[in-house]
Design a protein around this ligand. Structure first.
Ligand code: PBG
Length: 324
């Protein structure tokens, strides 16, 4: 009998020796949600283990992450007051700016990537300024205020900016703005291939960013499109992105691989809220081995070609990796 494949599966040691993909804590980025004026931690019903927090709790959480060996966060902010243009995020003392400074004063080595978007800050919940005639997001007006928002993040001490609004030309605009203002060294992680996905549902509960009318299909990508996904990412690379992203991750592993085969830039996979919520719900119902399935999906994202995995599972995964 031909036994070529089973020869290398005989025991742990040989399996470890030939393993091709190894997940490490260095691959993981953990999303955090700061809410202006929040006094206590409030858990999100659909996402057990994920909280809206005030600044003090966010800083505490960063200490916990640090002790687990996790040093990279993706920061989102939820303001107390929203308006049509998202004014809160355009002032130097915005909630995200205050949070960056608070974290950095205690944990200067915490790597803070900021999500740059308007949907959390606008009263209509869309990712930019609306054109009064079409009620669709005005691309160029949104580019202008995105540049202002990026400078707020940069001045507050963010380590990386991640624009997630899917406006055409955003990377070129931000790169130029950052360069002209002395932030040539600040990298941009582009939400380059972001699909108009139903998997963002739970996130919109935590970020309070559900659009009050319509949907995001005039700016986010059609989930059915593969060639356009590659084009989107290559365009962002051309405009100066330092890291590309595919979002969501699980239903889009083919796209991660396609982009991996078309670029030499690092790629991030965003393991989004709906993917997390489904696993939690299945575990609660006693249907799955939670830890093994979680690790299996994170490894799949890395195997597909992602260098960075943005995931709400980061703490749980770090605990497992620390015990190995
Ligand atoms: C937009 C943004 C979204 C997510 C990250 N940034 C939601 C959206 O586009 O509606 C989704 C993340 C997740 O579902 O975990 N600022």
């Amino acid at each position: 009998m031909f036994k070529r494949f089973r020869r290398l599966r005989a025991n742990d040691t040989i399996r470890d020796l030939v393993r091709e993909t190894i997940l490490t804590k260095n691959d993981l980025m953990y999303p955090l949600f700061v809410k202006q004026g929040q006094k206590t931690k409030v858990e999100v019903a659909s996402m057990p283990g994920v909280y809206q927090m005030g600044i003090d709790d966010i800083v505490k959480e960063c200490h916990t992450l640090n002790s687990l060996g996790l040093n990279s966060i993706l920061l989102f902010a939820i303001p107390e007051v929203k308006d049509s243009v998202g004014s809160e995020c355009l002032c130097d003392n915005s909630i995200i700016a205050q949070t960056i400074k608070a974290i950095k004063s205690e944990l200067p080595n915490m790597h803070i990537t900021t999500d740059l978007c308007f949907c959390e800050y606008t009263d209509h919940g869309h990712c930019g300024i609306l054109d009064p005639n079409t009620h669709s997001v005005d691309n160029d007006a949104t580019l202008e205020i995105s540049a202002a928002q990026a400078l707020v993040h940069a001045k507050a001490g963010a380590n990386m900016i991640a624009p997630s609004g899917m406006m055409d030309g955003i990377i070129e605009t931000l790169r130029k703005t950052l360069d002209e203002n002395g932030f040539e060294n600040l990298p941009i992680m582009a939400y380059s291939t972001k699909f108009a996905s139903a998997f963002y549902g739970p996130f919109r509960d935590v970020a309070e960013s559900t659009p009050s009318f319509g949907d995001r299909r005039t700016y986010q990508m059609d989930i059915a499109n593969r060639l356009e996904a590659i084009e989107e990412s290559l365009e962002d690379e051309k405009e100066g992105a330092d890291i590309l992203m595919v979002k969501p991750a699980l239903s889009f592993l083919d796209i991660i691989r396609d982009i991996r085969n078309n670029t030499n830039l690092p790629i991030a996979a965003y393991n989004v809220s709906g993917e997390y919520a489904m696993l939690k719900a299945a575990a609660k119902a006693g249907l799955i081995d939670y830890d093994r399935i979680m690790m299996e999906k994170l490894v799949s994202m890395k195997r597909a070609g992602a260098n960075i995995i943005i995931t709400y599972h980061a703490k749980e995964a770090a605990q497992i990796l620390n015990n190995q």
